[in-house]
Write a protein that binds this ligand. Structure first.
Ligand code: ADP
Length: 428
């Protein structure tokens, strides 16, 4: 430790979302913030715990960004580096290794991020994995899928994707070629950088998110939350309600599968965010596991309300090499309350003219945050392009039933009005 107050470099954190900054205050950690390129951060009005801004072009010039970090570290050492932004997890691992700071290591970071490698590692460990095939840029879709023995429906997705961008269900061989062309188009120019696609069996069953904290190889499963049952062809997120109502045996299977996946991928430290489906309603199949707090911090909000464990505070402490304030025990943490995120659906496309119901939601005593991401004047492009979600409504509840009732109320209370798209906005 370099000083009485440890310092952490936090990459690409949205300043409008409070959880990480507040957690750093609680943990007594100073933050050096590497701002998002699309956010102007006023140096005179820094978020809590931020002592310095360090602009870096992590996406465009990772080698230059690493060099700047090394120079900054040599001049005034910092104690850790972290990000909640999935595409930068490998960069944070590279920087941590270069500067001998706590981290999961570059290989583990890349294994967890590339869905093809992740699936291979899980399969090798004997875990449940949908049949899948890699589809590289030169591969013929129909031939490759047929050769792999996949049956329809399948899901086509970018190997390094995020936010469901381009993830598409295909029901027949006839439709495959056009979808692959479209997914290649949508994912070009993103973090994907021509990395290729994955085609896999469609997993039929409800979806769940699992938040965990790992220390010295022990995996504490903090929360298992219901994420809806999206059927596609495009997979917009809709709800997150925790704790999920699961039969004891199914919950035990989920916990076992998630803990085993950490071992298979080699994640021995820090927070993780796992998404899975219960195939046939009961058998857990991992969709992805990120070595980070999920949802830009939403996962902290949910896990803390459900269990009382300060996920973000503990994650920041681990990232600077401090022990967590509680003993991280392997296994499941019993929930003490319920918490939810309602993800306002776009419900159309074109130019937003009005968003109804958000002010009323904000005034509800059970609501802690209404995170507004789209506003009147913003243009929502039609799927499969992904513009972003209009808003999140984060709430606390006595139990799951109350959370469900609240979400049914929001479904009818929130509405977005659009002006029709011009042909320029919607070239198809
Ligand atoms: P991303 O990392 O872009 O979010 P995911 O692989 O997590 O991509 O897929 C996004 C969403 O698409 C998932 O949350 C799930 O709803 C759906 N999905 C992805 N793969 C499958 C699959 N094999 N079967 C069923 N649904 C899937």
């Amino acid at each position: 430790m370099t000083a009485s107050r440890p310092t952490l470099v936090l990459l690409h954190q949205r300043v409008g979302l409070p959880w990480l900054f507040d957690a750093a205050v609680r943990a007594g950690i100073d933050l050096v913030l590497v701002p998002r390129p699309d956010e102007q951060v006023d140096p005179d009005r820094l978020p809590p715990a931020v002592v310095e801004l360090l602009p870096l072009d992590v996406a465009g010039d990772p080698a230059g960004a690493l060099k700047t970090l090394r120079e900054r570290h040599e001049a005034t050492p910092f104690d850790g580096i972290a990000t909640l932004y999935d595409p930068f997890v490998p960069f944070a691992a590279d920087a941590a290794e270069l500067l001998a700071l706590p981290g999961i290591g570059p290989t583990v970071a890349r294994n967890a991020q590339d869905k093809r490698i992740m699936r291979e590692r899980l399969a090798e460990a004997g875990l449940n994995v949908p049949r899948f095939v890699r589809l590289d840029p030169a591969d013929d879709p129909a031939g490759t899928v047929a050769e792999a023995g996949l049956t329809f429906p399948v899901v086509v997705k970018p190997a390094l994707g995020m936010s469901s961008l381009g993830v598409t269900r295909v029901d027949s061989a006839d439709a495959l070629g056009a979808v692959v062309t479209e997914v290649r188009r949508v994912s070009a120019g993103t973090a994907d950088k021509g990395a290729g696609l994955l085609v896999e069996e469609y997993l039929d069953g409800p979806e769940f998110a699992v938040e965990s904290l790992v220390h010295e190889g022990r995996v504490q499963v903090l929360s298992i939350g219901f994420k809806g049952d999206p059927r596609g062809p495009y997979f917009e997120e809709t709800v997150y309600r925790a704790p999920a109502a699961l039969p004891e045996a199914v919950r035990a299977d989920v916990v076992r599968e998630v803990i085993a996946a950490h071992a298979a991928l080699g994640i021995t430290l820090g927070p993780t965010h796992t998404e899975l489906r219960l195939r046939g309603g009961s058998t857990p199949y991992l969709l992805e596991m990120g070595a980070r707090i999920g949802g830009s911090g939403v996962s902290h909000y949910i896990a803390e309300n459900v269990t009382g464990v300060d996920l973000a505070g503990e994650a920041l402490r681990i990232a600077v090499g401090l022990p967590p304030t509680h003993t991280v025990e392997q296994g499941f943490t019993e929930p003490v309350a319920a918490s939810a995120n309602y993800i306002v659906p776009c419900g159309g496309h074109g130019t937003i003219t009005a968003l109804h119901g958000l002010d009323e939601a904000e005034a509800d005593p059970r609501v802690d945050h209404v995170v507004r991401m789209l506003a009147p004047g913003d243009v929502v492009r039609p799927y499969p392009d992904f513009t972003g979600y209009p808003a999140f409504i984060l709430s606390r509840h006595r139990d799951l039933t109350e959370a469900e009732e609240f979400h049914s109320h929001l479904e009818s209370a929130i509405r977005i009005d659009y002006a029709p798209a011009t042909s320029e906005e919607n070239p198809s």
